[in-house]
Design a protein. Structure first.
Length: 440
């Protein structure tokens, strides 16, 4: 029997193929985290995500039980907001942007070792922050300084990719680059105002980072990727992403970031407060309605046949719902003379939209770049719906002040459990070779 010749370019004498190495070495090894930027970024992000979730659940337990008795050098709400905004999400961003960004821009990608130090600085800084917020304020700020150095370093590296690019379409990358600069400024403002003892201004900087940095990155990536993912999985749906849609989402983010500073000193004087509540409520209701329409146009209903795709679309749906809830709160406040339910709208955005999109996008990238099928298996699908349940519990806590403490604890425990199971599973992939034997 005659066999076809083996190409010498595909086999090196004495060395097993990549597929054979994957079979021969199924163990988890730290050095494999440096095979690709997404491995390193996602692994460190999971470490911060799981630890911060467990920490916040412990804080909620402390609030309902005298058995824990935690000391606080930094207000727990500010500590929580800081790590949830600037903690694991920028690490996920780094893993994604240094994987997809070079493809968008048509430039040579960076090696994982080139982002190792700035990403480690962020992970170490947040570990120090979570410990020191209970012990020593200046030590906690030292942790924020490490995080800021790492975030600024990563921002500079990403702008380096943009400057080297000759691609015609750089809008998405540049929007993200500007958002990263906003994130650096916001984090610096948070740390500085904590040092000076201005917690209200520190909180404003925190919310500016949420709207002007985190949300901008998410909606920019969503505008570029959700139509592409949908048309790839469902060819009968055309990829439709006009740039006015992106500008609308960026305008909504900019408006909300501006509103933070307009309301910094409290309600506006006289009739201006009433006009502001009315104007903000109308804007948020209108923007939310357009985003709900966009979710339908992008294939929300059709995506329900594909679990992984449905997770992306449901996450985006929460963006419109968050703005509608926020607009309703403003209009209700206009009728009553003061804003209400602000925390509900905020957590509809953070837990409903951003966490769901994070869960879906990271799962998809992790599956694809580990050589696995692009599917949400039963475990991932179940965890996703538990995340939705945690979100609803948090919204109920915002609406029911009398039961808030008792609703916050199960919401925090559910969040911590979901992220721990998901994070530990995904982290196990990043330190192993791809199951299909391919590099990366």
């Amino acid at each position: 029997m005659n066999f076809p010749p083996v190409s010498p370019s595909r086999v090196t004498p004495g060395k097993p193929s990549a597929a054979a190495r994957a079979l021969l070495d199924p163990r988890w090894r730290a050095r494999y985290l440096l095979l690709a930027p997404h491995r390193l970024g996602f692994f460190l992000a999971m470490a911060v995500l799981v630890s911060s979730g467990a920490w916040w659940a412990l804080v909620q337990l402390d609030r309902v039980s005298a058995a824990v008795a935690l000391p606080y050098a930094v207000a727990p709400s500010l500590a929580h907001g800081a790590v949830m905004t600037f903690g694991f999400l920028p690490l996920f961003f780094s893993g994604f942007l240094f994987t997809a960004g070079p493809k968008w821009l048509g430039v040579q990608p960076l090696a994982a070792r080139q982002v190792l130090v700035p990403l480690l600085l962020q992970a170490i800084g947040w570990t120090l922050w979570l410990i020191a917020v209970h012990l020593h304020g200046l030590t906690a700020l030292a942790g924020l300084l490490l995080v800021w150095i790492g975030l600024a370093w990563v921002t500079g590296l990403f702008w380096g990719l943009i400057r080297r690019s000759q691609a015609e379409d750089q809008l998405h990358a540049r929007a993200i680059g500007v958002a990263c600069v906003v994130g650096c400024l916001s984090l610096a403002g948070l740390a500085l105002n904590l040092l000076l003892g201005f917690p209200a201004v520190a909180r404003a900087c925190l919310l500016t980072g949420l709207w002007g940095f985190v949300l901008v990155v998410f909606v920019t990536v969503a505008h570029r990727m959700i139509p592409f993912f949908t048309s790839s999985a469902m060819p009968f749906i055309a990829a439709w992403r006009p740039f006015w849609v992106l500008w609308l989402m960026l305008a909504a983010a900019a408006f909300e970031a501006t509103a933070v500073w307009v309301e910094l000193a409290g309600p506006l004087p006289g009739g201006a407060a009433t006009l502001w509540l009315l104007a903000r409520g109308i804007f948020e209701m209108a923007a939310g309605a357009v985003l709900l329409w966009l979710a339908l146009v992008w294939g929300l209903v059709q995506s329900l046949k594909n679990r992984l795709l449905a997770m992306l679309h449901i996450g985006f749906l929460w963006f419109g719902l968050a703005l509608l809830l926020g607009g309703s709160a403003q209009l209700l406040g206009w009728l009553q003379g003061a804003p209400v339910l602000a925390l509900g709208a905020l957590h509809a955005l953070t837990m409903g939209c951003l966490a769901s999109l994070m869960f879906a996008m990271v799962t998809r990238v992790s599956c694809g770049h580990s050589g696995r099928a692009l599917v949400a298996d039963r475990l991932v699908w179940s965890l996703f719906w538990l995340l939705q349940a945690a979100t609803l519990l948090r919204l109920a806590a915002a609406a029911q002040a009398a039961l808030a403490l008792w609703l916050l604890l199960p919401a925090a425990l559910l969040w911590a459990g979901v992220m721990a199971v998901w994070g530990l599973r995904q982290a196990g992939w990043y330190g192993r070779l791809r199951v299909d034997g391919r590099p990366g």
